[in-house]
Design a protein around this ligand. Sequence first.
Ligand SMILES: NC(=O)c1ccc[n+]([C@@H]2O[C@H](COP(=O)([O-])OP(=O)(O)OC[C@H]3O[C@@H](n4cnc5c(N)ncnc54)[C@H](O)[C@@H]3O)[C@@H](O)[C@H]2O)c1
Length: 140
Amino acid sequence: MVNRGTDNGPFRYPLPRPAGPAGQYAPPMELSGTAAIISGGASGLGEAAARALAAAGSAVVIADLNEDRGKAVAAEISGEFVKTDVSDEDAVAAAVDAAAKGAPLRAVVNCAGIGWAERTVNRKGRRTAWRRSARCSTST
Ligand SMILES: NC(=O)c1ccc[n+]([C@@H]2O[C@H](COP(=O)([O-])OP(=O)(O)OC[C@H]3O[C@@H](n4cnc5c(N)ncnc54)[C@H](O)[C@@H]3O)[C@@H](O)[C@H]2O)c1
């Protein structure tokens, strides 16, 4: 694997390009000097996105409910943590302001979520997990 960028654990940038005819793929975006906001960036898919964007040169704001984990990840990638509930419009606005204050905000990745594999409707036809999950997911 070619790695001309920052070594950031398992996340390397630029990402390896699949083989193909020259010119088939767009060149990687230049992200140095830009800002990114990642909802749900304290864990899982969001954490991976946060690490990849930081490795690519973005100033990353992690917007998440999980303060301990969010601060730890932000410290590792020289980013910023802003405690955010994505179902709260004011909290999201504050996170966006924090992300945009130092550099142009060019990337937003929405990974905050609480869905998992389970019944969404019970045997009586009543919704179970659906409302809780939808409240979070529809706000991201
Ligand atoms: N991992 C998968 O394979 C997969 C597949 C399909 C869909 N998804 C969905 O993608 C989303 C992310 O998945 P993941 O595996 O990274 O989950 P994860 O649990 O590892 O991370 C989710 C993050 O979202 C945060 N979060 C939850 N509610 C929040 C809220 N209201 N405001 C702000 N942050 C909040 C959590 O604190 C956590 O850090 C989930 O909704 C999940 O259901 C995941």
